[in-house]
Design a protein around this ligand. Structure first.
Ligand SMILES: NC(=O)c1ccc[n+]([C@@H]2O[C@H](COP(=O)([O-])OP(=O)(O)OC[C@H]3O[C@@H](n4cnc5c(N)ncnc54)[C@H](O)[C@@H]3O)[C@@H](O)[C@H]2O)c1
Ligand SMILES: O=C(O)CC[C@@H](O)C(=O)O
Length: 387
């Protein structure tokens, strides 16, 4: 029996993909896996039994990835599973910025008791008028799962789209419409675009990337959209730029004391992934990843360990080892196995940055003594007997 703990509400549709061999627990000590959305896990103490954390979503800045790797806890996310939900909100954001739709709706609400509201509306509506997005230039920073979908959809709305992503994946490049102009210097986006939207992960290298200097390079009256993470933007500089009229609107999905109520800012309460479809997609993918790892030792869509797949176990035993990516680990493991008289039927070793993962299919059951010897190797972080 495996046990999992939900650190946020996770769509039941996804949880239904756990079999009867799984039980939900509230007790951290019992949990083999955690399922999480945006809950911050940086201060959470992870206990010995914990093997996996699945983020039902894309951003993993709420999870201490290195601390998890050091404890042999594999962290997963669900790439692309909520991208369409975010894309639709970004499109809504551009349309809400193009005309003062929210101002107009609020005006109607405030005049709702006025008998002459229809006549008055015809006089007043000019204050809420705006422009069309067709024919405008949209700059997209980050062409991953979301950026690509926004780019392709915007071309269908008649926008001219410029895309910047120095690390674009082959898959994303394949999915990108040929109508997108490929930009290699982000300054060209700042200089040319009427709308700029950012879709990069929050990392040390991206934190504050939209700062006063970047804003200064932008066109007067630009609309900036941030449905990625608030810390990507220096929001004090953004509010200053709104006050000066340099930026026409800042559309963001992240309310905080700087953005909430600031003039020219339209804030949604982190709604990007809050659609039934996105929540279900993310939950289902997260459950699948956890099951695959707990039941077979296979890793798919990890963000702190390498992906690794040896299929469904077909030997009497499978042993999986999370370890540091340092010299000589594999030879130490095979020596221990050989000296203990184990024949290896199949094996794999993959690395990612400072961490690595090895799996061995053995022709006889793994004894507790064998596991102790493997655990004692310097650099080993966790050893699991899968079967
Ligand atoms: N508002 C929401 O509810 C919501 C929902 C999903 C994702 N997000 C946020 O959006 C981010 C992007 O999501 P995604 O699914 O598209 O992720 P993704 O990993 O598919 O794409 C991110 C892209 O950013 C690119 N990138 C990284 N650094 C860059 C840089 N300095 N300049 C330009 N490009 C850079 C990467 O190469 C990658 O292609 C997530 O990390 C998350 O923070 C928010
Ligand atoms: O779970 C959510 O509601 C938000 C998810 C989103 O921020 C993400 O990074 O995928």
């Amino acid at each position: 029996m495996y046990q999992y703990k939900c650190m946020n509400q996770i769509a039941q549709f996804g949880l239904n993909h756990f079999t009867k061999d799984y039980k939900q627990t509230e007790n951290m000590e019992e949990a083999d896996a955690l399922l999480v959305r945006s809950a911050a896990l940086h201060e959470v103490e992870f206990l010995e039994n914990l093997k996996a954390i699945a983020r039902a979503g894309a951003g993993v800045n709420n999870i201490p990835l290195t601390k998890c790797a050091e404890q042999g806890i594999v962290v997963f996310n669900t790439p692309g599973a909520n991208a369409n939900g975010v894309k639709e909100l970004v499109l809504a954001g551009m349309l809400l910025a193009a005309r003062d739709i929210i101002g107009g709706v609020n005006w109607v609400q405030s005049e709702r008791m006025n008998e002459d509201i229809s006549k008055l509306a015809e006089k007043q509506k000019k204050q809420f008028a705006g422009h069309e997005i067709q024919g405008k230039k949209l700059g997209i920073i980050g062409l991953g799962a979301i950026g690509v979908q926004v780019a392709n959809a915007a071309t269908h709305l008649g926008m001219e789209v410029l895309g910047y992503d120095p690390y674009i994946s082959v898959e994303a490049a394949w999915n990108l419409s040929r109508n997108i102009r490929h930009i290699t210097n982000v300054d060209d986006i700042y200089k040319e675009c009427d709308y700029i939207t950012i879709h990069v992960p929050l990392l040390d290298s991206t934190k504050g990337m939209i700062n006063a200097e970047a804003i200064e390079k932008m066109k007067d009256g630009v609309v900036v959209l941030n449905y990625a993470r608030d810390l990507l933007v220096d929001e004090k500089a953004m509010v200053d730029a709104l006050k000066k009229g340099k930026v026409a609107r800042y559309m963001t999905d992240f309310p905080n004391p700087v953005t909430a109520g600031a003039k020219g800012v339209i804030v949604t309460p982190h709604l990007g992934a809050s659609t039934e479809e996105a929540e279900e997609n993310c939950a289902r993918m997260a459950v699948k990843e956890v099951r695959c790892y707990l039941e077979h030792g296979n890793i798919q869509h990890s963000v702190n360990y390498p992906d690794c797949d040896m299929g469904i176990p077909s030997y009497p035993a499978r042993v999986a080892i999370c370890h540091r990516n340092v010299k000589n680990m594999l030879s130490q493991f095979t020596t221990i196995l050989g000296e203990a008289n184990y024949n290896i039927g199949n094996m794999t070793n993959k690395s990612r940055g400072d961490y690595a993962y090895s799996m061995f299919d053995l022709e006889s059951a793994a004894s507790p003594e064998l596991i102790q010897k493997l655990e004692a190797v310097e650099g080993v972080l966790k050893v699991r007997v899968i079967c």
